[in-house]
Design a protein around this ligand. Structure first.
Ligand SMILES: Nc1nc2c(c(=O)[nH]1)N[C@H]1C(S)=C(S)[C@@H](COP(=O)(O)OP(=O)(O)OC[C@H]3O[C@@H](n4cnc5c(=O)[nH]c(N)nc54)[C@H](O)[C@@H]3O)O[C@H]1N2
Ligand SMILES: Nc1nc2c(c(=O)[nH]1)N[C@H]1C(S)=C(S)[C@@H](COP(=O)(O)OP(=O)(O)OC[C@H]3O[C@@H](n4cnc5c(=O)[nH]c(N)nc54)[C@H](O)[C@@H]3O)O[C@H]1N2
Ligand code: SF4
Ligand SMILES: [Mo]
Length: 773
């Protein structure tokens, strides 16, 4: 696709696919890659991606098989697209910024901004200016340090981190923020798996998944709940294919019949290329949006009743007595669950749920996997706690082939947390950090993403530094958030590519361009590598292979170390220069501060790295009582008033989070358009709407402020009754800032009450007007 023009919506709808991957996937990946860069660079990135001495895929956090078991092509279509989106040969230069005012850039689409290519030198927007202009690194960092120094309190600064950031830079960033004096470290997890962390920390004492790839392969039964692996974690399908090959079963629970859940053609096996592929889900529960809590409560009720009927055969009493607490309260609570409520909330039949129950009874080793379809609901935390109850009942925790599997998004989102990027790190971590570096980190909790936006809106936060993400497009309530960012004294972003967060900026703004994963990183001590931790707690190295996108780029480690030195001087006395010169010295410190990283440098040098221990796998539960907790979760279901639908904001197949590569979602049969809303035909009829009609989406919320996303086209689609689906980030404008999950504060991006109004203007005209500017 051209780098200078934006595509205009020209919707074609074909039948949704019932299979994913195979040869077309490879072709699509190559086409995108070759549109970005040369065949030579494409070959280099693809030969190195996910190999033991190579580049960790900058896509999702799904783990690689052990080094001996990797294919030569250990990547998926989307991994190939992500890495070549970074390895692109296109460049954003100072001439580009001279040509385009910030207002001009702000009128462009997220796609267009990304397509301009890699950023090449630091840029500044000075107060009152209409354009970015080049600035030397020293001056840029002095400016930022000066603004930080001028704040009345360190808590007036926010340091946002997204999960692309490597461990070494993440460790330094949180060290810098805390030495400066604040815990204000919002991160992309706040919008992502925060509910998983909250729920599992409470129930199990640790917020991470307990299973590895081998467990998935060995399981008797794997639940895939609220997740679309065919698009978002494609190689997970290879793992599930292996589960099935070994005789295991898969139950998919989703509001949409996603292609990859149904059937998978593995491009790495001849059978996948020519045949019909493997059917992945043995059972598909087409659940109503937000019905998962009720489903797991019903499964738990059935298990308790089966135990009553045949005592000692269903519940794992030995496990429950020895390792858990609060079983009796949980059992009493669960017995009160009403089937009327369950059937209403799930939209499933009792037979469907009982059939899954039979499969559960027949399975000794069960894993539950989940993602955003669960975490981004108001009751995401209790839903995950209920899944944990379900696993605990039959002792499916801490033995092979069983356990919890939150499937993480960004390649190092889990690692960033391990490194201390969290506004609420436990005191033990803060004490260890303070001891190592000779200062007292602040104990008061910092601001997360939602509270950070509130603070900016109210003038309580004035300086924003974002690293490796696109804050204004990732966060809810776009109009509110954009106004908050514009109200800042200074906004700065350490980025590889141009995005909306650079165009929605504070009085002063900085673009600090950096090396990507695929770029070779050479510092004073020689060539460096960085490390990441995947969704299954495996820590491994990643080595860039390509010549850097520009000679003026600094690595993330270098930028953070230089900024820290300028801001803090020698108090506390931290060897920032050594850190920049040799990342091994950062890893030595990580080894001394963070449990599980002992001997970090030596262990990560081994091919494939090492796996961080999860105490749950030794049946050690680090909760206050030392036991895994059964919890009582109140029955809840989303309330949707008549004439409304529950909207989920989700990803298409051709996007990476806030950036879309092409306006296609081919597994769902959507081509050449993004402003579409997928609705069940029966709901369309009930609402008096047609398939293909132009509508505006209007969300309703207690504050009665109008939130409207204009110019969408309805697509009759097998979405579960009462729900609707449309792409993020175009629909973030509809998500009220205060609409968050209980306990985790995660925006409810999968549960927004909307009405569909006939459009004020036809969709095509709307798009044309928006893009004409
Ligand atoms: N290609 C690609 N890969 C990615 C990303 C990307 O943008 N593009 N993003 C990465 C990131 S950061 C993340 S967090 C992951 C996200 O991975 P996913 O969580 O798979 O991403 P979403 O597109 O948000 O899809 C949510 C899924 O949940 C379903 N769902 C929605 N509501 C409900 C519900 O109430 N109940 C149930 N049971 N299902 C529901 C939706 O139909 C959809 O299948 O992907 C990662 N991988
Ligand atoms: N409505 C709605 N909102 C959502 C979601 C949803 O499902 N619905 N999902 C949420 C989720 S799960 C997540 S994780 C967030 C994602 O939010 P973010 O992680 O903030 O967004 P990304 O789109 O991944 O960020 C893309 C930018 O990262 C920068 N970048 C890429 N690689 C590198 C690198 O190696 N180094 C540096 N320094 N910069 C780099 C590029 O400049 C690029 O423009 O969005 C959340 N927002
Ligand atoms: S599954 Fe995820 S990590 Fe693996 S190649 Fe695909 S995008 Fe990359
Ligand atoms: Mo995410």
């Amino acid at each position: 696709m051209s780098g200078t023009e934006d595509p205009v919506d020209d919707l074609t709808v074909t039948l949704p696919k019932d299979w994913a991957a195979g040869v077309p996937a490879v072709t699509h990946a190559l086409r995108y890659s070759l549109g970005q860069t040369s065949p030579r660079r494409t070959a280099l990135t693809l030969l190195n991606i996910n190999q033991a001495e190579g580049i960790d895929c900058p896509g999702c956090a799904w783990p690689e098989p052990a080094p001996g078991k990797r294919h030569l092509n250990e990547y998926c279509e989307n991994g190939a697209k992500h890495i070549n989106d970074e390895a692109t040969s296109r460049r954003v230069t100072r001439d580009f910024f001279r040509e385009h005012s910030i207002a001009d850039l702000d009128a462009k689409s997220d796609h267009w901004l990304n397509q301009q290519g890699r950023l090449t030198e630091p840029m500044v927007k000075r107060p009152g200016a209409t354009h970015y202009e080049p600035v030397a690194w020293d001056e840029a960092l002095d400016l930022l340090a000066g603004e930080l120094d001028a704040l009345d309190s360190p808590d007036e600064a926010l340091f946002y981190v997204s999960g692309r950031l490597n461990n070494e830079a993440a460790f330094l960033l949180q060290l810098f923020a805390r030495a400066y004096g604040t815990n204000n470290l919002p991160d992309c997890s706040n919008m992502c798996h925060e509910s998983s962390g909250s729920a599992m920390s409470q129930s199990l004492g640790i917020g991470k998944g307990s299973v590895g790839l081998d467990d998935i392969h060995q399981a008797d039964l794997v639940f895939v709940v609220g997740q679309n692996p065919g698009t978002n974690h494609p190689r997970m399908l290879s793992a599930l294919e292996e589960t099935k090959h070994n005789g295991g079963r898969v139950v998919a629970v989703n509001t949409l019949p996603e292609a990859g859940l149904m059937r998978f053609k593995n491009p790495q096996r001849p059978r996948g290329v020519v045949g019909r592929g493997t059917a992945i889900a043995d059972r598909f529960l087409h659940i109503k949006a937000g019905g998962d809590l009720a489903l797991f409560q019903a499964l738990n009720l059935l298990l308790l009743e089966a135990e009553d009927a045949a005592p000692g055969t269903v519940v794992d009493h030995e496990f429950v007595d020895r390792y858990t607490a609060d079983f009796t309260e949980f059992a009493d609570h669960t017995r009160k669950v009403s089937w009327d409520h369950v059937l209403d909330a799930t939209g499933l039949t009792r037979e469907e749920i009982e059939q899954v129950h039979e499969q559960v009874l027949a399975s000794k080793k069960i894993i539950v996997c989940w993602a955003m379809g669960i975490t981004q609901h108001k009751h995401g935390v209790p839903t995950i706690r209920e899944m944990v109850n379900f696993l605990l009942l039959r002792g499916n925790m801490g033995r092979p082939g069983a356990g919890v599997c939150p499937v993480r998004g960004h390649s190092n989102v889990q690692g960033d947390r391990t490194m201390g990027v969290w506004e609420r790190m436990p005191q033990t971590f803060l004490d260890a950090l303070g001891r190592e570096f000779g200062f007292t980190p602040p104990s008061r909790h910092g601001l997360d993403a939602v509270d950070g936006i509130r603070a900016m809106s109210q003038g309580r936060a004035k300086v924003f530094l974002g690293v490796a993400g696109n804050f204004v497009r990732a966060t809810p309530d776009s109009e509110v958030t954009e106004a908050a960012m514009r109200g800042c004294r200074l906004t700065a972003h350490i980025s590889t590519k141009l995005n909306r967060s650079h165009t929605v900026c504070g009085e002063t703004a900085l673009i600090l361009p950096t090396l990507g994963r695929s770029d070779r990183d050479v510092q004073a001590s020689g060539e460096q590598f960085i490390t990441v931790e995947d969704s299954m707690s495996e820590v491994h190295a990643s080595r860039g292979k390509l010549p850097p996108a520009s000679p003026h780029l600094l690595s993330e480690v270098a930028i953070i170390a230089r900024l820290a030195r300028r801001t803090l001087g020698t108090s506390p006395d931290i060897p920032w220069e050594d850190f920049e010169a040799d990342y091994g010295t950062v890893r030595d410190r990580i080894a001394r501060v963070i449990p599980g990283f002992e001997d970090f440098n030596a262990r990560v040098a081994r091919p494939g790295g090492f796996t961080l221990p999860n105490p749950v796998n030794r049946r050690v539960f680090p909760t206050p009582s030392g036991k895994a907790l059964f919890t009582c979760n109140d029955f809840t279901m989303p309330h949707v008033p008549e004439g409304h639908l529950l909207l989920q904001t989700l990803r298409s197949h051709d996007q990476w989070n806030t950036v879309w590569y092409a306006p296609n979602d081919r597994y769902r049969g959507i081509h050449n358009a993004r402003r579409v809303v997928l609705v069940n035909p029966a709901d369309l009829a009930e609402l008096g709407l047609q398939d293909g009609q132009s509508v505006d989406l209007v969300s309703i919320w207690h504050d009665r402020r109008e939130r409207r996303a204009e110019g969408f086209t309805t697509v009759a689609y097998p979405a579960s009754r009462g729900s609707a689906a449309a792409y993020y980030p175009e629909t973030n404008v509809l998500v009220p800032l205060d609409s968050v999950a209980d306990i985790s504060n995660c925006p409810t991006s999968k549960g927004i009450v909307v009405r569909l109004e006939p459009a004020r203007r036809p969709a095509a005209e709307e798009e044309a007007v928006a893009w004409a500017g």
